[in-house]
Write a protein that binds this ligand. Sequence first.
Ligand code: 13P
Ligand code: SF4
Length: 301
Amino acid sequence: MKADQILKDSINLLKKKRNAIILAHVYQHGEIQDIADYVGDSLELSRKAVDTKASIIVFCGVQFMAETAAILNPDKRVLLPDKNAGCGLADMATDEQIIRVKDQNPDLAVVSYVNSSAKVKSVSDICCTSANAVNVVNSLSVNNILFVPDRNLGAYVAEHSNKNIHLWDGYCYVHEQIKSDDIKLLKRKYPAAQIIVHPECTTPVRHMADFTGSTSQMSKYVKQSRQKEFIVGTESNFVYRLKSDNPDKIFYPVNAICDGMNRITLEKVNTSLERMEQIVIIPETIREKSKIALDKMLFIL
Ligand code: 13P
Ligand code: SF4
């Protein structure tokens, strides 16, 4: 479309002018993935945000991702093109709730999934993403762990570790709405297809899958697999990435749309760069404390 091309040209010019980099999560609309300097999962984007020499980071993702970039980079400006691009899961735990549980159970180590607020990270012992959650939990010397806020990822981690994991009662509405019956239906239609799902899916869905992993782990699995067809149990936009990287393979997505992720548009990216708007600001006391938990995570593969 002509209008899209004009916006893309304008974004590219502004990017140079401002010495900016665009980071996009794999759940972003295809046209956003196309203009990004780097597309990846939460963990890869956190690492990229630290490595970049750019002075401005335009984060095409949801609030907690842009906040993570801001926490790790006090010297850079982080822009979130739509300040209302939220993550329903991140809203399911507060720092006050966690402090209360910790006060009653002082031997618990708190592992917070990065899909959480900066305040929650600031009262956590260590953070994790879905790509390194098992390694993070297994790296801890303590046995009793409070895993917040995703009960589904927590259950997946519990299955892959010997630790005593206490689950928080949070969930991602996008993944929780993917039902075993949806997967069964697709499998009946495409019997040769392998099933790949994100660990934010419920345990019954996960147990039907041939492979469970973060978005980067699913990408790797598909690339290395000799299989040609895949049923994909995660946010629908991820299929755009899979198709771009594997043009010879066929993908059957379930219908799963993340409202927060889909709020980012070319127009908003352009406006945000033009006006330097929606700067992510984290109060310094919270930033310093949450950075400790994030830095510990980045140390683990
Ligand atoms: P990844 O860690 O796989 O990028 O997933 C992030 C996310 O929000 C999944 O819903
Ligand atoms: Fe949050 Fe779920 Fe959207 Fe991921 S898919 S950003 S966990 S609401």
